[in-house]
Design a protein around this ligand. Structure first.
Ligand SMILES: [Fe+2]
Length: 177
C-alpha cells in the first residue's frame, strides 16, 4: 500500500509490514493488518498477532470464490464482488457502506469516495496489467515472503480447488495456521 498506493490510501507511509495474521479455511481467508510507520520497531510474532486479533474483525475478509469485505473502520466498509467475465477478464463491483446520516454530507462523501476509489483501482490496474505471467496459477517463479502469506494461502487453497470437482463440498480440513 505504501508503494502501489503511495499517493492515495498509502500516503501515510505505513511501510513497516507486520504479519499479517492470516486465518484460511475452505470458506475463505481473513487477514488482520497492522502495518505502521517504520520507526525501527520489531515485529510481533504470529502468536502475538493472533492474540491481538482476538475479538477484532479482520481488515480483509475474502469469502470464496470472489467476495471481499473490507473493514476500513467501524463506520466504513467496502463490499467487493469479483466477477469473472472470461479467462482474461474479471469485472469488479464495489459498494461502500457508511453511517453518515446527513443526506447532503452523505452525497458529498459518496461522490468523493467514488472518485477516489477510481484512482485507487487504477493504481492496482497498472500493477495487475504489468504482471507476468498474467495468470497467477502459472506464476511458479514468484518469491512470496511472510508479508505475502494471504497470497500464499490463497494460492494453496486455490490449487486444491482446481484439482477437485466441487471445492465447496469437499471441505478442506486444517487450513488455519
Ligand atoms: Fe491495491
Amino acid at each position: 500500500m505504501a508503494y502501489v498506493h503511495r499517493t492515495t490510501i498509502g500516503a501515510d507511509g505505513r511501510s513497516f509490514v507486520e504479519g499479517p495474521y492470516v486465518v484460511a479455511d475452505q470458506h475463505g481467508i481473513q487477514v488482520w493488518i497492522s502495518n505502521a510507520k517504520d520507526q525501527g520497531q520489531t515485529s510481533r510474532n504470529q502468536a502475538q498477532l493472533a492474540e491481538a486479533a482476538k475479538g477484532k474483525e479482520p481488515g480483509l475478509n475474502l469469502i470464496f470464490p470472489g467476495i471481499w469485505l473490507l473493514n476500513l473502520g467501524l463506520r466504513l466498509k467496502n463490499f467487493i464482488a469479483f466477477v469473472p467475465v472470461n479467462n482474461q477478464t474479471t469485472r469488479y463491483y464495489l459498494r461502500v457502506y457508511h453511517r453518515i446520516r446527513n443526506p447532503l454530507i452523505a452525497k458529498i462523501f459518496e461522490f468523493f469516495i467514488r472518485v477516489s476509489n477510481r484512482v485507487i483501482i487504477n493504481q492496482d490496474k497498472l500493477v495487475v496489467l504489468a504482471q507476468t505471467p498474467p495468470n497467477s496459477v502459472d506464476a511458479h517463479g514468484d518469491k512470496l515472503i511472510g508479508a505475502d502469506r494471504a497470497i500464499s494461502q490463497f494460492r494453496r487453497i486455490h490449487a486444491r480447488m482446481l484439482n477437485r470437482n466441487d471445492p465447496v463440498a469437499n471441505a478442506i480440513e486444517g487450513e488455519s495456521e
